[in-house]
Design a protein. Structure first.
Length: 181
């Protein structure tokens, strides 16, 4: 079974690189619009002038005219970072013939995309990027389930939580605009 997972990872790395747009479509396809609206809203101090129902209505209004794909794309942004541990994953594959492949990711977003061919360089060339979710999924199958990397190679629950945070924040700002204190 492990050799099958390795073969799948190698095949994913040999596929034509995915463009960001393809990854955004696929990731967004797994998120329902209703998942973008939090079940409960933050308690703020001082309290907002809007109650939870009003905040929910403002959140729905904000999302009107925006696709889930737009929200997912905004989440991936342009390389933003927000954690203190600054993750870095390097994948080094040594083939029997002596050939070596290197891939890495410095992404903190769900599924650690994009992957970049070669060694880390401060200014990553977009033509080296591969937004392949297949790489993340097949690599995840090889990583122990209890490893932090295993969770990061998915990351979809934390992405959904962050998307809810964005929606919640926008609703709170709109409430403040409509009802200044």
């Amino acid at each position: 079974m492990r050799s099958t997972a390795v073969a799948q990872l190698l095949a994913a790395l040999q596929e034509r690189p995915w463009l960001r747009e393809r990854a955004m479509r696929e990731i967004a396809g797994g998120v329902r619009r209703s998942e973008l609206i939090p079940a409960t809203f933050w308690t703020t101090w001082p309290p907002l002038a809007c109650d939870a129902d009003e905040l929910r209505a403002l959140a729905r209004s904000r999302l009107r005219g925006r696709s889930v794909r737009d929200e997912v794309d905004a989440y991936y942004g342009t390389g933003m970072r927000w954690t203190d541990d600054d993750p870095y994953v390097q994948l080094r594959i040594l083939h029997r013939q002596g050939r070596e492949q290197r891939w890495h990711s410095t992404a903190q977003h769900a599924m650690l995309v994009p992957w970049v061919a070669g060694d880390y360089a401060p200014m990553e060339a977009p033509d080296r990027q591969n937004w392949s979710l297949s790489v993340s999924r097949t690599l995840r199958a090889l990583v122990p389930v209890d490893a932090h990397l295993h969770a990061r190679l998915d990351g979809l629950p934390s992405m959904r939580a962050r998307l809810q945070d964005y929606t919640q924040y926008a609703a709170a700002r709109e409430c403040e605009r409509l009802r200044p204190r």
